[in-house]
Design a protein around this ligand. Sequence first.
Ligand code: NAP
Ligand code: MG
Length: 451
Amino acid sequence: MSSTEILNPATGETITQVEQTPLEDVDAAIARAKRAFESWRAVDPADRARLLRRFADAVEADIPHLADLEVRSAGHTIGNATWEAGNVRDVLTYYAGGIERQSGRQIPVPGGVNITFHEPLGVVGVIVPWNFPMPIAGWGFAPALAAGNTVVLKPAEVTPLTALRLGELALEAGLPEGVFTVLPGKGSVVGDRFVTHPDVRKVVFTGSTEVGKRIMAGCSEQVKRLTLELGGKNSNIVFGDADLEAAAAAAPGGAFDNAGQDCCSRARLLVESSAMDRFLELLEPAVKAFACKDPSSADAEMGPLITAAHRDKVAGYVDGASVLFQGAAPSGSGFWFPPTVLDSREGTADFDEEIFGPVISVVPFEDEADAIRIANSTEYGLSGSLWTRDVGRALRVSRAVEAGNLSVNSHASVRYWTPFGGFKQSGYGRELGPDAPDAFTETKNVFISSE
Ligand code: NAP
Ligand code: MG
């Protein structure tokens, strides 16, 4: 059996080894999940809700441990990792709350009664990237389980520890064997099997657009249901009439949170020409003060990048580019890269490609139409922000930017109460929000004759 060495990105040291699930064990787990589905779908709604709330309680009790695992194995700051574990708890609780309210419709028809049911799909395969191992797992498994499906979950090869722990917590909370199974291993083995196995009825994939396209093609073979959450190249648009102090203070967090390894990172900074000089004056101290340090310290705002290879890829975008200013990062071992702001241009690699690191590319714009044109000059369409005091402009620009999640005078794009997902090549379907469980069901229409 092969295993994967799990490294601490802050030090480069090995923490542990995790066995990769071989193909025959993946098939066996899918078979168990298929059997478990027959009883799980039949659990009374109130009992299924109770079990998911118990799962949420078990997560709650384990938050310090889960957070510590994520700090050590993914380099997340302790503040973020604690929030992320809490997000799993909240998402479980939120979808547990919908189980007893998941009603169909009675539709008036001649000659009888017509009712609809939300039937669960069966086994759902969730494929998770390394950048947010806990929340992204929860956004898939919580609504899927709530809707009556069973779940097999593949964490990213380099960050399986918190997912494995969540699998243990589910069992401790009383979820029946086979209802939620975590299968660490390679995308090309475990993830690919979710796509090809006929008993996996839906795939939820979060990751790169490149792999997402291949998964979409693979799922077409069986017309397999699919949700995709892919990459982003998101704009932070600062108009001259904005509260420039507030916009400058928030810009580093909007781009550098999780070391920029965030599909919602506002890595394009578009500033109205007339306000550029003043804005950069305000931005520079905010970037230099952004605390990139040992992620286990309480005041860390950003930790290291995930791997040495990823750090080298990020550095490649900065080499030869025009650096406006950089913050500080620890030196020595670990995969560190400092917060960086580039004087950029449309059409450059740093402006067009998803760097997935702590790099902001600054480009000026002339007016509202120009800002919208530049923000939309990408095949991605995940999120974005705009800063203005003009309410009409806030509405016009929010409607005109082709992205799934926009924030005005804020960079918040993920709230579990509201739908999340991408336009264009940033995704397919939506996660979170009140309707997420519907994406894990088929609508069945039943007509009962009164003749
Ligand atoms: P990735 O290479 O696409 O991997 C994502 C997941 O897919 C991993 O678990 C990976 O396994 C697995 N995988 C790889 N090849 C596969 C295959 N042929 N079949 C099935 N599964 C396969 O992405 P990443 O490098 O981990 O993550 C970074 C990317 O994710 C960025 O582009 C980012 O924007 C995107 N992302 C998007 C969102 C969103 O919500 N829109 C959220 C987070 C991240 P391995 O670990 O073995 O490679
Ligand atoms: Mg990858």
